[in-house]
Ligand binder design. Structure first.
Ligand code: ZN
Length: 161
């Protein structure tokens, strides 16, 4: 079976950045997703179209087809008091928060802390990066009617929403 919309795909992958550093990879068990529903970045989904079990390939995905370009307007300096409920002494770079924005809730990460202000970045951590994937397709099967109605895979007991 070939990968097309409404097939469930199992694959192993390694994701590297432009410097060749590995930034993500599948675990011992393959990564499983429902094809054609935007569950993975569009550039990788497009590269998988038509492949079959046993196929291996490498693909470079531009920011446009990956996690988008960085938007410097999403980097903001806010007063420490904005972090209600968090002990000010605990605020550290790398901490993530859910923030309200004009576009709805957004995850922001602290990139800097000083005496009375905190710098937060609302960009996806991989925004602006060229993504290099090495992929091996393990299995392709038809999605079940339930999977199609939910828009995601139900894989054994590993069912979470
Ligand atoms: Zn479901």
């Amino acid at each position: 079976m070939r990968i097309a919309s409404n097939t469930v795909v199992s694959l192993q992958y390694v994701l590297s950045n432009a410097d060749g550093d590995i930034i993500d990879q599948s675990a011992d068990t393959p990564f499983v997703y429902l094809h054609g529903h935007g569950n993975i970045v569009v550039g990788l989904e497009r590269a998988l179209e038509g492949r079959g079990a046993g196929d291996s390939f490498a693909v470079e995905v531009s920011p446009e087809d990956g996690y988008g370009e960085r938007d410097e307007r999403l980097v903001q300096v806010v007063p420490r008091e904005a972090f209600g409920g968090v002990d000010e002494d605990d605020l550290q770079p790398g901490m993530r928060f859910r923030a309200e924005s004009n576009d709805g809730p957004r995850i922001v990460v602290i990139t800097g802390v000083d005496a009375d202000s905190v710098t937060v970045d609302g960009n996806h951590p991989l925004a602006g990066q060229v993504l290099s994937f090495v992929v091996e397709v393990r299995e392709v099967r038809e999605a079940t009617p339930t999977e199609l109605s939910h828009g995601h895979v139900h894989d054994g007991d590993d069912h979470h929403h």
